[in-house]
Design a protein around this ligand. Structure first.
Ligand SMILES: *Cc1c(COP(=O)(O)O)cnc(C)c1O
Ligand SMILES: [Zn+2]
Length: 501
């Protein structure tokens, strides 16, 4: 829609100007720091940071109703910088000039309703939100769009050249970081650190294709994370892990979209999300809190975090209800099909602890829960979801089985509706699906496929044929007729087809 066609009260806000200022705040000592330097931890006490916005000017006075209207109208606006996460510009990073914003088609992922069969099976109505339809096929693109837009702004502003981005990854962070860095190829080079053998072939191919330097390391993700942390403290590199608070801001768009897609009615929604490094759940909590404070929503949805019993430090932390006795202990991870969440020492844990407290306080009741699921349950759920028309990855299966677990534990009331994160595309994790469908899981995963779900290709080999077609040597005449007849008969037998009368 053309700018002149928008209603008057909305038009002047549609294309925003940068406003206010932003700063890092330390979660422990509450020290505040300028964003002119790239910081990942507090220079005084070493704790992790969050970004905040000091508002000035017009946007401060916008009412909830006008925000809602503005975001609804921005859906109709054909203006590249505001098409992705920055539809919610004022709530993400309103100091970034619009010309520095990178948009690669991320965000505004569809909510797809579970069919009747699946709803009956689970016992509750729910939607999957398909984060696998982002450009690098996972939700990480939301955070990268923000982090790389900020880096672009910083580089232009400070005339920085030869920027190198780096990240440790369970697969999807590196795919996303490498993609966005590749788009900015004249400005940025990228390197990624992966635990060798702990990311799928598809995930490995992504940063390679984007031209990143791919470094494979012994150990698991937690080991790689320690190495990049060491690197980013000592050398001049831009860290793209969710320790980088700009990532968190971008991922808050996930909550904003859920609010908008349900016409800002979220009191009866249950947002279910797998937890790995805990960046995403941090962003989701923070996002809903921001919309509540701005009166865009009036109630907070329930949030359920899910962890596999092979990597469950956050679940264990919340087993203790009494905050004065809660104590965080990292865990040693075991091989998990939810490989993208196979993390024993989540970097964002201090953020989670603070935000969960704030969220429950704002809601006036406990609204965030963490449940634990098994590897078997995760795989079964993924397979069942996809047999009912979804495109859930293993972590999507984790969301679904977590939702079922929450129901069993009495955490869900009648009338509530699930919004489950399918955090990546199923094809990134097709190796796990393949192991399940062909019963070839290594024992350490502790997954036994259900017999009725087995599915492997069937070779059609018509017997007693003189000749079979080969590439470059097609059959002809009688040979072809015989081949068609024999193949059709065999297929009809397998599919149990009845002849037409
Ligand atoms: C990163 C990732 C997760 C875990 O998210 P955190 O922010 O690390 O908790 C879950 N699923 C997929 C597909 C991921 O890529
Ligand atoms: Zn500090």
């Amino acid at each position: 829609m053309k700018l002149s066609e928008f209603p008057d009260d909305v038009r002047k806000y549609l294309i925003p100007e940068p406003s206010g200022s932003m700063f890092y705040r330390c979660l422990r000592c509450k020290g505040e720091f300028d964003i002119d330097d790239l910081l990942y931890t507090c220079p005084s006490c070493g704790e992790i940071l969050m970004l905040h916005h000091k508002e000035t000017g017009e946007t401060q006075d916008i009412e909830g109703a006008l925000w809602r209207k503005l975001f609804n109208y921005r859906r109709m606006l054909n203006f590249n910088p505001l098409k992705g996460i920055f539809r919610y510009y004022e709530f993400i990073a309103p100091i970034i000039p619009l010309e520095s914003i990178i948009y690669l088609g991320e965000a505004h992922t569809p909510l797809v309703m579970a069919n009747q069969n699946l709803e009956k099976l689970v016992g509750l109505p729910f939607y999957f939100k398909y984060e696998g339809l982002n450009p690098s096929l996972s939700f990480k693109d939301r955070g990268m769009a923000c982090a790389l837009s900020f880096l672009t702004y910083l580089a232009k502003n400070k005339n920085i050249k030869d920027l190198l981005t780096i990240c440790a990854s369970t697969g999807d962070t590196s795919a996303s970081g490498a993609l966005y860095s590749a788009y900015l190829t004249n400005l940025i080079k990228s390197a990624v650190l992966l635990p060798k053998g702990k990311v799928t072939m598809q995930q490995l191919s992504q940063p390679l294709g984007s031209g990143a330097t791919v470094l494979e390391m012994p150990g698991v993700f937690d080991d790689c994370m320690k190495v990049v942390e060491g690197l980013s403290e000592k050398y001049n590199v831009a860290l793209l892990n969710s320790k980088n608070s700009w990532r968190i801001l971008g991922q808050e768009s996930y909550s904003f979209e859920i609010a908008q897609d349900f016409d800002y009615q979220v009191a009866d929604k249950i947002v279910v999300v797998p937890i790995g490094n805990a960046g995403n759940i941090t962003a989701i909590i923070s996002g809903f809190l921001k919309f509540l404070k701005a009166n865009i929503i009036h109630e907070l949805p329930k949030i359920i975090g899910v962890q596999s019993d092979h990597a469950d430090p956050v679940y264990r932390y919340y087993l203790e209800d009494d905050p004065s006795k809660q104590q965080f202990e990292p865990v040693k991870v075991k091989p998990s099909v939810a490989q993208a969440a196979m993390i024993g020492n989540p970097v964002s844990m201090p953020r989670v602890i603070d935000l969960v407290r704030e969220y429950n306080q704002a809601a006036g009741q406990k609204r965030i829960f963490v449940v634990q699921v098994t590897e078997q349950e995760i795989m079964d759920a993924m397979i069942i979801a996809n047999k009912n028309g979804h495109i859930a990855c293993t972590q999507g299966g984790e969301s679904m089985t977590g939702f079922i677990k929450a129901k069993k534990e009495g955490l869900i009331s009648k009338g509530e509706i699930g919004v489950l994160a399918a955090t990546a595309h199923v094809l990134k994790f097709s190796s796990f699906q393949e192991m399940y469908l062909s019963n070839r899981f290594p024992p350490e995963f502790e997954v036994k496929p259900r017999e009725e779900f087995k599915n492997t290709p069937i070779t059609i080999e018509p017997k007693d044929l003189r000749k079979l077609p080969q590439a470059g040597r097609p059959l002809q005449g009688k040979d072809l007729d015989q081949f068609i007849k024999a193949s059709a008969e065999e297929i009809a037998r397998i599919l149990n087809l009845k002849e037409k009368i």
